[in-house]
Design a protein around this ligand. Structure first.
Ligand code: NAP
Length: 333
């Protein structure tokens, strides 16, 4: 039983020496609890924000993080050994859970377990909430998604196509990922933001303008989107990953154009929209089972490589949801 501790706080881009892998303290299972062996762990951009905060991530403790684990031993009637549970005690090989801080995952035939941390999990739900509840995306509309090759981005692009979006445009940080977006995810155009001015590339990719923007990046991406959005266009602000290392300011240079163009900008936190989860699962499961949709993912093996996976994800080293697999590879597929 091992866990990963944050041992120092970052300034700017985080590095591997801020983390340490340590043995877990022995624990006794209390009545009402279950011992879980983690199978899949999620690494997410918000953890970078958490690294700055003693409240979010106290030093010398494992971080919070979404995880799927298999019940090894149970002192609660709610879980049986072998059950798969979702919980939020990431960055460790084992966890003690109760029915109050975890939930059983009903495995869906033909759907890989990892999808429950990807397109069917909080990642896919963030995309769905952004498109459905915040943007109210309509058939035929042109959508722009930033960080399109990541977890939320690939899910958003796939879900938008299922919702009947017209043109779907994505931005990403490499040609390889742009190619994947067009060829595998089905985007109409993909932009590499490292090649030239974003606003010019966007204008070329969306000759009739953009109706709706799902923003995962903030900074210059948000400014460029404000430039190309049509009058009364909508923005769902999901994240601002370009600012989490404090490399760029959060507010876009052209914020006041929101008035002139009568744009609507609304932020959201997925945790306040969990009521949509059953709807998302009902909507996507048949498409996952038929193979029409996949949960895009990059999977790294082993707790020893979790820090590398986290740092790589922050730097763009993932396609789809970045996950760490700890045991039982067969369970994932
Ligand atoms: P992700 O997109 O899978 O991974 C992060 C990606 O950000 C990287 O792959 C990288 O891709 C891109 N990136 C990193 N630095 C960048 C920069 N300076 N400029 C542009 N792109 C950069 O992560 P995710 O979990 O799906 O999250 C995506 C966004 O959604 C994040 O902002 C996250 O905080 C947000 N989020 C919000 C909620 C909510 O409740 N509001 C929930 C989940 C996620 P490239 O190679 O393309 O640069």
């Amino acid at each position: 039983m091992r866990e990963i501790h944050l041992v120092a706080r970052p300034t700017g881009v985080p590095t591997a020496d801020l983390f340490e892998i340590v043995p877990s303290a022995p624990v006794e299972l209390a009545p009402g609890a279950a011992l879980v062996q983690n199978v899949l762990l999620s690494v997410d951009p918000y953890m970078r924000q958490g690294m700055d905060s003693e409240e979010w991530w106290p030093l010398n403790t494992p971080g919070e993080g979404r995880a799927l684990g298999r019940v090894l031993q149970s002192l609660t009637p709610v879980y049986q050994p072998g059950d798969i549970v979702f919980h939020t005690q990431g960055w460790r090989t084992h966890a003690i859970v109760t029915a109050d801080d975890s939930r059983k995952i009903d495995e869906l035939p033909g759907v890989p377990l990892s999808a429950h941390l990807g397109i069917l999990g909080g990642t896919g739900l963030s995309a769905y909430v952004g498109l459905k509840r915040i943007l109210d995306l309509q058939p035929g509309e042109t959508l722009f998604v930033s960080a399109a090759a990541g977890g939320v981005g690939t899910a958003a692009a796939r879900i938008a196509k299922l919702m009947g979006a017209g043109r779907v445009i994505g931005s990403t940080g490499s040609d390889e990922k742009a190619k994947y977006l067009v060829e595998e995810v089905g985007l109409d155009a993909a932009i590499n933001y490292r090649h030239g001015a974003l606003v010019e590339q966007l204008a070329a990719a969306a000759p009739d303008g953009v109706d709706a923007y799902l923003d995962n990046v903030g900074g210059e991406h948000l400014a460029a989107a404000i430039d190309v959005l049509n009058v009364r266009g909508r923005i769902a602000w999901c994240g601002a990953v370009s600012t989490y290392n404090h490399e760029a300011g959060v507010a876009p240079r052209n914020l006041f154009d929101i008035v002139g163009k009568e744009l609507r900008l609304q932020g959201f936190l997925v945790r306040n929209h969990l009521d949509l989860r059953p709807e998302l699962i009902d909507f996507l499961t048949p498409h996952l089972q038929s193979g029409a949709v996949v949960s895009d993912e990059t999977v790294v093996d082993g707790l020893d490589r979790m820090v590398d996976a986290f740092l790589a994800m922050l730097g763009g080293g993932n396609i789809g949801k970045m996950l760490v697999e700890l045991s039982d590879p067969g369970l994932r597929r």
